[in-house]
Write a new protein. Sequence first.
Length: 366
Amino acid sequence: MSETTTTPPAAVIGLAARLRRPRTWLWAAGSVLLLALPFYLDRFWLQAGLFAMAAAIGAIGLNLLTGATGQLSMGHAFFLAVGAYGYCVLAGESGTENGHALTGLGLPSWLAAVLAVLLAGAAGGLFSPIASRLRGAYLGIATLALIFIGQHVLFNAGSLTGGYNGRSVPPLSLFGFTFDDTEVLVAAVPFQSSEKLWYAALAALLLSGLFARGVLRGRPGRALNAIRDHRIAAGVMGVPVARYRAGVFVLSSMYAGLAGVLLALVFQRTVPEYFGMVLSLEYLAMIVIGGLGTVAGAVVGAAFVSLLPQLLTRYSDSLPLVSAPGTGGLAPGEASRYLYGAAVVAAVLFLPGGLTRPMKNSGENK
């Protein structure tokens, strides 16, 4: 009798090969760690992590636009503001706050979050005809105008934005669960807004990263890279350059809108001054430091730029030359800008691929 051997399916072979990779186990350990952190960290660290995750979502969107397509945008903060204030207006109730009669539509907060993201995309769509025709410094200057327009509207449209003092942010409710400071005991650990939002932010970052990675790895990503590398050659090969450039601008705006909604939920108050030119420059620093054109680069750069000022503030008493404002040393915010400014210069000179350059050279295209 002859023995017959059965060959395992290709899917099983592929899964076994992945399980033998150290990277797979590192991702699994990191995922478990991120899921467990709300049970052990205090509110400061949770809010710092939430801020970094929101920044990562916005940086992924900007990296699709600037890193993958080569379109310089200085107006990313404008679309974050559209998402943040759009959520407040759509989910908030009409009333009086800080002397301003505020307008609110009172929609369900989950619906308001979705519509705020779409509203940011619509704002990007209105600007996309300009974005599809300009490039380089010309596009950067044109998008910079959005910052000045946005700041004027935010400070003067008091019924929508609350003026200089901003307006409070309604908590997010989803499937009857409210992400507010009401304590919920989970394994004897009190969960408040930061702990609850942690998992919502993780899910949003995961979905955003996977979608952007799929775009970059697929046909749209190849078209965007072709436009970045040689716009005329891409057009000759049949790539609809204007349509792709307009589309990626809308997509980047939607990412910024989602980041703005998450930032508003974390801060629990929107303030116009925050959404200024400095914020746009910080997002550019994120993608340059982390790595242009990669999802991992956007996440790493966002963590570096967003966490550094908070760490310096937290440990300013024990750091040389860094102290609280008004005490003679460098303020934590100033010190952080010096440090990630130096990091941008170092990345340009010594690591053109950013901090994720070793990951990029490992053979897996991010």
